[in-house]
Ligand binder design. Structure first.
Ligand code: ADP
Ligand code: MG
Length: 133
């Protein structure tokens, strides 16, 4: 699926929010600037989050309360070569079945994700982005 603009990526995230069932652990795979965080902005909107979503690359994780309970938990492990204490946090968040967990740069923690977790690949191309499920 081709995504030509930033707005289309947001809309894709919003649509995706309608299809999901919890618990969900979703890994986003794609280069820097591919649009992973932009997708999460749409996903958050679609899930009813009112506050703006910003990249968790400095804080590693950001948590947004969802209407009706549970949280959208957005991780970016890019800066963490060793997950350390964040691993405990991740496992705790995964254990709560009301949560929606989205992970960017999950290489260092991939062994701790539930088997068969969802993955979306975003390919950066000249004409825009391509979603590969
Ligand atoms: P990532 O989290 O993958 O590093 P971001 O979502 O933070 O990427 O950044 C993607 C950047 O590319 C944003 O500045 C966005 O405005 C821009 N952009 C341009 N075209 C697109 C597109 N088709 N889809 C997503 N982002 C796009
Ligand atoms: Mg990002």
């Amino acid at each position: 699926m081709k995504i030509k603009t930033e707005q289309e990526m947001i809309d894709y995230g919003r649509e995706f929010a309608r299809e999901i069932s919890r618990p969900l652990v979703l890994e986003l795979v794609g280069d820097v600037g591919a649009g992973k965080t932009t997708f999460v902005r749409g996903l958050a909107e679609g899930l009813g989050v009112k506050e703006p979503v910003t990249s968790p690359s400095f804080t590693i994780s950001k948590v947004y309360a969802l209407p009706g309970g549970g949280n959208l938990v957005h991780y970016d492990f890019y800066r963490l070569k060793e997950p350390g204490l964040m691993l405990e946090d991740l496992e705790e968040k995964i254990a709560d079945s009301k949560n929606v967990i989205v992970i960017e740069w999950g290489e260092s923690i991939k062994d701790f994700l539930p088997e068969g977790h969802k993955k979306i690949k975003i390919k950066y191309t000249e004409e825009g982005r391509e979603i590969i499920k």
